[in-house]
Design a protein around this ligand. Structure first.
Ligand SMILES: [Zn+2]
Ligand SMILES: [Zn+2]
Length: 277
């Protein structure tokens, strides 16, 4: 399984000299399975560059897993080039307990006067699916889901193939109870033993906003340690967080791990980063 990041920024895309190392595009993750399966998690602004590459490669079978309906996770969808290629076969999966149907959530990003092209005008084949809690397969990849502890709800994913696993939990507030959210222990169980975990690390202890749906990076690190994952990436970087400030968060995590004698590999997820499991 190959995991490639096309956007790890939260809330709104950013650009400029302070955001070069980690990038400014919002959430989009590409996952390639061993048999060539293509899964995309979220349609943040990062999906624009990915879409251009997929058209160049002639990839037509595309599976998009959405975590939730906040703008930063959908904003790139109308600019996803495969939508405008007639031979594309796109499957979009959304959460069973979110506040609208998957189709409605997507179609609201493509509606005049906000955008000139309607979803109904798209010639590519688009199929909408609702994820169920018991999990499902996309090719040889098993997709498991968990409700997120987030404002307006959402879903996290665990992708497994050939004994390897990748857990993606963004927009998840550990240690807070939102409607539909679960306990810290349940996220720990869901992440247990994963080869790779990306988790929301929006806040520092000093700028934490309780109830806004995001985690303090040290709480996310604690989850990674307790669930015994092998690699841990800080994700959903705050729009104000400059490269050197993210570097400081990673350094702090490494200091904490050293104190505990942990061998966990920790880093901050950057645009264009690739991990092979
Ligand atoms: Zn977000
Ligand atoms: Zn959100």
């Amino acid at each position: 399984m190959l995991i490639r990041c096309w956007g790890s920024r939260g809330s709104i895309p950013v650009c400029g000299r302070d955001y070069i190392k980690y990038g400014g595009d919002t959430t989009c993750i590409e996952v390639r399975g061993s048999k060539g399966e293509l899964i995309i998690i979220d349609a943040g602004t990062g999906i624009r560059r990915l879409g251009a590459r997929l058209v160049d490669e002639g990839v037509s079978a595309i599976h998009i897993l959405l975590t939730h309906s906040h703008w930063d996770h959908l904003l790139g969808f109308p600019f996803f080039k495969p939508l405008y290629v007639d031979s594309s076969k796109i499957h979009v999966y959304g959460y069973y307990a979110t506040q609208d149907s998957v189709r409605n959530i997507i179609s609201k990003t493509m509606r005049p006067p906000y955008f000139p092209v309607r979803l109904d005008d798209i010639h590519a084949e688009i199929n909408f699916h609702t994820t169920e809690p018991e999990g499902f397969h996309i090719g040889s990849i098993l997709v498991k889901t968990i409700p997120l502890n987030h404002t307006n709800r959402g879903v996290g994913y665990r992708l497994e193939e050939e004994g390897r696993s990748f857990v993606f939990l963004t927009d998840n507030e550990l240690n807070y109870n939102h409607p539909c959210g679960l306990s810290y222990e349940e996220y720990e169980r869901f992440s247990a033993g994963a080869d790779l975990l990306f988790h929301d690390a929006e806040y520092t202890p000093s700028d934490y906003m309780p109830g806004w749906g995001h985690s303090i990076y040290t709480d996310a690190l604690r989850l990674a340690i307790r669930s015994g994952v092998k690699k841990f990436g800080l994700f959903h970087h705050n729009q104000e967080r400059k490269d050197d400030e993210i570097d400081s968060m990673v350094a702090d995590c490494r200091r904490m791990l050293e104190e505990e004698g942990s061998t966990l590999d920790v880093f901050a997820v950057a645009t264009d980063m690739e991990v092979t499991l």
